[in-house]
Design a protein around this ligand. Structure first.
Ligand SMILES: Nc1nc2c(c(=O)[nH]1)N[C@H]1C(S)=C(S)[C@@H](COP(=O)(O)OP(=O)(O)OC[C@H]3O[C@@H](n4cnc5c(=O)[nH]c(N)nc54)[C@H](O)[C@@H]3O)O[C@H]1N2
Ligand SMILES: Nc1nc2c(c(=O)[nH]1)N[C@H]1C(S)=C(S)[C@@H](COP(=O)(O)OP(=O)(O)OC[C@H]3O[C@@H](n4cnc5c(=O)[nH]c(N)nc54)[C@H](O)[C@@H]3O)O[C@H]1N2
Ligand code: SF4
Ligand SMILES: [Mo]
Length: 905
């Protein structure tokens, strides 16, 4: 695995002249950047940003620019598999689809349609998603179709529907360029929506746009802010209730807009005043200093062009829908919606979170932004010619998994998501999945934690670069994902597998599609069917695209009611909401209970989220050595005061426990989290680390409106895990995990690396490694008393094949100097001596410090430059070391290093 790849090129002009690149869309976040991919003819591709795509104008972040490193087939599932006598064996598509059809038919006959379910993903294409919904809701007769978007965007959807009558994102990305104030609420956009953050940085330079960040944690985004409000978890609605009350007092309301286009303002203002009577109360409830709250309120009141962007710190809360409502209230009250540079803006997570909403991917939606009213059910029934229409909402993700656990759902098909890792109460989820009468999983990879739950059928899906269809980004822009690689092995599109099931169940006409284009046309036609302006989502103008026009379709925003429509569209500047009286609704947020009931047994609040260079459960970004260099080990970040009280030092292993489960993570200590709160990333699973899954801990109480689980505030306790020895293993050939107390796997150049902690010392490790080293020439260093063992294995050409280094935990070996050597070619005697000597560094071994992943620049040379040149700035670092000059994702970290430098004498 991990063959060396050419450095991805920063801009299109630098690509070689031939052949023509394929225009496609990044498969990661909801920014939806355009990508140019130029296949190299051997299964790889050169990757660059598409200068013509309006979302990114040629830029890509660290994850996007490393896409070329994730195209290898070494981890791919390439043929269908069937469980026979307990063993998974290769099977034909015919046999695998036959098994699903049988299981679904038998289960429905015996237990009714609600005993089967589909669990989908915002990483499916719109066409896949459309096929799944049509199959379940029209032909299987169940609305038990939900998606990982329930864990992601559901509170935004519910909040939009409550306020606007429809799930409408009113604004466009250009609003970030044209705003004078941007408020980020529960959004670490610098790491999670990096290219939007670049828009924002540019606006700050150009027009002095102010940035306010509201987050319990001092994030990379907060580091950039003019004003940072470290809000207590869950208390955002109090903060925004206080803002609404302030706007009324400050005379900042748009009374004309409120009177003409809204209802419920008086009740909302009274509710806000009750919740947040004065700034002192807001300060007490949120923990934010009163002076900073007052500054925020004054800034918002005075700045007409204000955009409030929000993401998972808002959505993934037990009060998520109320938080969304409290934010929207402030924009409605000031009439700051749907005009340039203004509006509430939900930043979507996955590449096709929006497309999933458009086709009705959630259990409580039908299709094309319709719900389950009798008229809507009837309309969709007629359009589909559906014999078994679902007539009521299905189970939402958390309830769906509970129904799986209780045996009410007996047959489940999971597509494009890894619920054994990403759902709350993940230990219970994997048990429930393992006990299902029938489980089918469609994925790109051969192994992940969900695939370890004993599925009966595995289906190989086409991956990014192979699949073909559309995705919709956060600003309602529909872009094409186009194939630029041949389908490998037996892999097929997800829509095709779903349609095949429909045909096998006797619905050949309804599932006749031969291409994504045919499905897209049907989807577009449904969006316009009996619409007449009553529904926001209408792309009827695209229903007549022929195959060539679909192939050539440029990125465009909906609505596209007529052919030729599709300029930049904002909603609601002149009202026109999708409620029965076309007025927006103000809402009254409930008094939020303290986010987590911490007590003596579980005194800390666990917040979870993302890191810059990994995507979710790492099935793709985990293949990239560059991306693995930033934060290689699963970690928990804690405040120095908590660490001191618990006797925990940076680099120690820490066991977090909650009533639901436990995880072991490496300690990072800093002033990111507030005292009493800890933060851990979501990316590690049993497939890439030992017991580092944070969702084993999370309880996931759900929001009453959206059903979205709380993922940001779980009461936990922390204790140090004493491991006597720490170290690492580098190996060119893929290994099964080392038999250690704790380990984490990291992609490295030319192979894989394992960070290790254990109580067993040098002699035990020497014995354990004997078979790995046996075929090679071995050189060793053994100091039993000192607790050190190092061994290097060389192949016939003198190239490093494996390297093990184990030492006492207090002076753990660091792999920085040797990590890239698997790729280094034959090593001479002096180099071999250096390999064996390794390089001893401080104890914080695992938390390696690659800052710029594009050019592989770690912190040390940056610090050295800053020390040597006290006047250095980001531009100077870029000029000397190149760090920060490609994707810019590391610029906040460069600034942090600059800020941390001692002042010149
Ligand atoms: N690098 C990277 N980027 C990604 C992804 C990825 O896996 N990796 N995934 C994509 C997906 S699917 C999504 S959904 C997005 C998510 O993007 P974000 O929402 O920006 O990411 P998170 O880190 O989940 O959470 C955001 C912040 O919410 C804060 N928070 C926690 N509780 C509260 C609270 O009560 N109030 C407030 N105001 N803030 C709170 C957390 O401290 C955290 O910094 O990222 C997308 N982009
Ligand atoms: N505690 C906590 N939990 C969280 C979150 C959090 O912040 N905190 N965030 C939540 C959020 S916002 C999200 S979006 C989820 C993400 O969680 P998941 O969706 O479970 O994570 P992924 O790793 O993206 O899983 C995608 C799987 O689909 C496969 N795949 C990729 N593309 C395709 C395709 O085209 N077809 C098929 N069939 N398979 C494909 C990948 O190989 C991978 O196995 O996690 C949620 N869970
Ligand atoms: S910001 Fe990065 S991850 Fe998101 S779409 Fe753009 S390149 Fe992909
Ligand atoms: Mo997400």
């Amino acid at each position: 695995m991990n063959a060396p790849v050419p450095h991805p090129l920063a801009d299109a002009a630098a690509l070689p002249a031939t052949p023509a690149p394929v225009k496609t869309t990044c498969p990661y976040c909801g920014v939806g950047c355009g990508v140019l991919a130029r296949p190299d003819g051997t299964g790889g591709a050169g990757i660059a940003g598409d200068p013509a795509h309006p979302a990114n104008r040629g830029r890509l972040c660290s994850k996007g620019s490393a896409l070329g490193e994730t195209l290898g087939l070494s981890t791919r599932l390439l043929e269908p598999m069937l469980r026979l006598d307990g063993e998974l064996v290769p099977a034909s598509w015919d046999a695998a689809l036959g098994a699903i059809a049988d299981a679904f038919r038998r289960t429905i006959e015996a237990h009714g349609p609600d005993s089967v379910a589909l669990y989908l993903s915002g990483q499916l294409l719109t066409e896949d998603y459309y096929a799944a919904n049509k199959l379940a809701k029209g032909f299987l007769g169940t609305a038990n179709v939900d998606t990982n978007s329930r864990l992601c965007m559901a509170s935004s959807v519910a909040g939009h529907k409550r306020a606007f009558g429809s799930d409408t994102v009113p604004g466009v990305y250009a609003d970030l360029d044209e705003a004078d104030l941007v408020v980020l609420v529960g959004s670490n956009a610098a790491w999670c929506h990096p290219i939007l953050f670049r828009h924002l940085e540019a606006a700050r330079e150009r027009r002095g746009t102010k940035l306010v960040v509201i987050d319990p944690r001092r994030t990379a985004s907060a580091e950039e802010a003019d004003l940072f409000l470290p809000v207590a978890p869950g208390m955002d609605s109090v903060l925004f209730a206080g803002l609404l009350a302030h706007l009324a007092e400050a005379g900042a309301l748009d009374e004309g807009y409120v009177a003409a286009h809204t209802s419920g303002f008086e009740a909302a203002l009274a509710g806000a005043r009750a919740l947040a009577p004065d700034v002192a109360t807001v300060a007490a409830r949120t923990g934010v200093p009163a002076a900073d709250i007052a500054r925020f309120y004054a800034l918002f009141a005075a700045t007409e062009r204000s955009v409030t962007c929000y993401s998972q710190g808002v959505n993934q809360s037990a009060q998520g829908t109320d938080k969304v409502g409290a934010i929207i209230n402030c924009h409605l009250a000031t009439g700051r919606i749907g005009r340039p540079g203004m509006g509430p803006f939900s930043l979507t997570g996955q590449p096709n979170a929006m497309g999933g909403r458009e086709v009705g991917g959630l259990a409580n939606q039908l299709a094309a932004h319709m719900g389950f009213s009798p008229e809507e059910v009837d309309r969709v029934r007629r359009f589909w010619g559906a014999p078994n229409m679902a007539t009521r909402e299905g189970l939402k993700a958390v309830d769906m998994m509970a129904a799986v656990g209780e045996g009410r759902i007996k047959a489940l098909w999971v597509l494009g998501t890894n619920p054994a890792v990403s759902l709350p109460r993940a230990d219970e989820v994997r048990e429930a999945l393992s006990r299902l009468d029938f489980l089918a999983v469609s994925d790109n990879v051969r192994a992940n934690d969900t695939l370890a739950c004993r599925p009966h059928v595995l289906l190989p899906a086409l991956a990014w670069g192979e699949k073909d269809g559309t995705v919709t980004n956060s600003e309602r822009r529909i872009s094409r994902q186009r194939a630029f690689l041949d389908p490998p092995g037996e892999a097929r599109p997800d829509w095709w597998a779903l349609a095949q099931l429909g045909r096998r169940l006797g619905h050949a006409d309804a599932f006749h599609w031969r291409s994504a284009a045919e499905i897209f046309r049907e989807h577009a036609a449904l969006s316009a069917f009996e619409n007449d302006g009553t529904r926001d989502f209408d792309i009827g103008g695209l229903a007549g695209l022929d195959d060539a026009a679909f192939d050539a379709m440029a990125p465009q925003q909906w609505p596209v009611r007529m052919p030729g429509d599709g300029g930049e569209t904002r909603f609601f500047a002149e009202g026109g909401f999708f409620t029965p009286d076309r007025r927006a609704r103000f809402i009254v947020p409930a008094d939020p209970a303290p986010a987590a009931g911490v007590d003596d047994a579980f005194p800390l609040v666990l917040n979870t989220g993302r890191i810059r260079d990994q995507w979710h459960t790492m099935t793709r970004t985990g293949l990239s050595p560059r991306l693995g260099g930033h934060l290689p080990a699963p970690f928990v970040e804690m405040h120095p005061a908590d660490a001191r009280a618990l006797g925990i030092a940076a680099g120690d292993l820490v066991r977090l426990a909650s009533p639901q489960g436990a995880a072991v993570l490496e300690a990072r200590i800093g002033d990111g989290p507030r005292p009493g709160e800890v933060f851990a990333p979501i990316h590690w699973s049993d497939a890439n680390a030992a017991g580092a899954r944070v969702n084993a801990l999370v309880a996931g109480a759900t929001d009453p409106f959206s059903g979205q689980p709380e993922s940001k505030a779980t009461p936990v306790r922390a204790e140090k895990v004493a491991a006597r020895f720490r170290g690492f293993l580098l190996a060119r050939e893929s290994q099964s995990p080392p038999a250690a107390l704790w380990w984490a796997r990291v992609a490295v150049e030319g192979g894989e690396g394992w960070l290790i902690a254990d109580d067993a010392g040098p002699l035990a490790w020497r014995a354990r490694m004997a078979s790995l080293f046996a075929p090679f020439e071995r050189s060793e260093f053994l100091d039993v008393e000192g607790g050190t063992y190092r061994a290097a294995a060389y192949d016939g050409e003198g190239r490093l094949a494996a390297l093990l280094s184990i030492g006492p935990a207090a002076s753990a070996p660091d792999w920085a100097a040797v990590k890239d050597l698997l790729n280094a070619g034959g090593l001479g005697a002096a180099e071999r001596r250096a390999v064996l000597a390794g390089r001893m560094a401080g104890a914080a071994s695992g938390c390696g410090a690659l800052v710029c992943s594009c050019f592989g620049v770690p912190a040390d040379p940056i610090r050295a430059l800053i020390e040597a040149e006290p006047g250095a700035d980001v531009a100077r670092i870029g000029a000397v070391l190149k760090a920060g000059t490609n994707c810019g994702s590391c610029v906040p970290e460069l600034k942090r290093l600059l800020a941390a430098a001692p002042l010149p004498a």
